[in-house]
Design a protein around this ligand. Sequence first.
Ligand SMILES: [Zn+2]
Length: 507
Amino acid sequence: MTKRTMAVLVAAVLAGSVGAAASPSGAAAAPLGMPGSVPGAAAALPTAAVALPADLVAVRTLTSLTGTHRWYAQTFRGLPVLDGYYAVHTARSTGAVSVADGRIAVPSTVSTTPLVTAAAAVTTTSARVEALARQAAAAPASAGAAPKTTVALPTHVHGATLSVLGGRNAALVWSVVADGSEGVTRTLVDARTGTVRGVTVLSKAATGQGQIFTPNPVVTLRNEAITDKNDANQAVLVPAYRTVTLRNLSGTGTLVGTAVRIVAGQGGLATSPTNTFVYTRADDRFEQVMAYHGIDLSQTYLRTLGFTDANNESQDVAVNTIADDNSFYDPTLDKITYGRGGVDDAEDLEVVWHEYGHAIQDAIVPGFGTTLQAGSIGEGFGDYWAATMSVPTSGGYVLPCVMDWDSTSYTTTVPHCIRRLDTTKTVADAVGEVHADGEIWSRALWDIHKALGRLKANTIIIESTYAYTPNTSFAAAATQVVAAARTLYGDAAATAVTKAFHARGIL
Ligand SMILES: [Zn+2]
């Protein structure tokens, strides 16, 4: 929250300074930028300007301190020519015009009639991206004979655009953009023959390699007897390590990316010129990698559900910086801190995800959680988020039991859990403590998860959060969950959701 406000302020100050700088020399400001976003093509250019070629369509007009910049895309018989560009730069003070002509030659023999359908091109791309995702998921862990990891991103194909590939290998192609294990890619499927002509990674972020537990060694090894042993490397834990691709990194050799930014860490921040972050648990950088991976995975998952503005920022995270066996989200700094007491908290992805749950809620509802019940919803949702994020890698092992590894430090009951999603608590059992009462809420969410499945439940629950107030109650928030279910999936879904809250005495 704080960071967003500052970004707006900075933008306002910059805009102000441009205006202030321009006014003293106001007389010189002759050819100012066009007010609209699409220029009226050549009409906007000074008379002495170059004649605009006919094969262009306007993309956008930008205004900088010294001039305007009109960007155009190249076309061939009405179809976009991939990567062809044309720009006209006009200096504000002199009106001088310069052109950057990046058009690519297209032989007139190229046909613009596809023989392959868009659907077929999407199928080809989808198969390729999914095969890669499966390969990534099956990459052997560095820890020897460990089982294959199951970490993989869902594939999402955005659509297909009929386009022209210029140059020596000119062809009519379907340009298919998809999300996958390589990031966002553009696959060119020949629209006449169906063969793949090329694949380009469009996403700017770098990928790296990391070593993690997922969600934690108790679950992976199905072993409730392992213990922290003061953060020591232990042979029994070796089979729990997994090698994963760290995605959306900035490429600066640090654990900073589009969804998470490790800003502090005991013993210093992890760095690697090759973006290779492979450590074992005794090394404090190991937990930095886990926090990065867990949060990035969560944000990516939200996006696959369609939520592009649910904590859409690089979340600040401090790892192992407090000696307590505790972790927290600080809404005043918009920062998560994971403690190193007991099992280092970020060694258990269910702790990582619980805290990120708080960050998600605070991003969607500024200042969320000002009442006892709203606070309990916050804790219940955090536990729920940890459990649902664990589904892909837990093999179903005691899912309703959260933070299985972290809680080996402070529980004796087996299975080890800090809290559970399947208690029989109702509002009549509320004790006035947010974590304990959060079990009332998390049980309702878990029942919805079981009734409607992971995809629908999570889509409904996140969507409903946008309608919460900071001081909401169990009943008011539940009413919003029901409403979201009805809007998104109809009456049957709403009935299932109502039933889950009714069973808790909430509705
Ligand atoms: Zn919490």
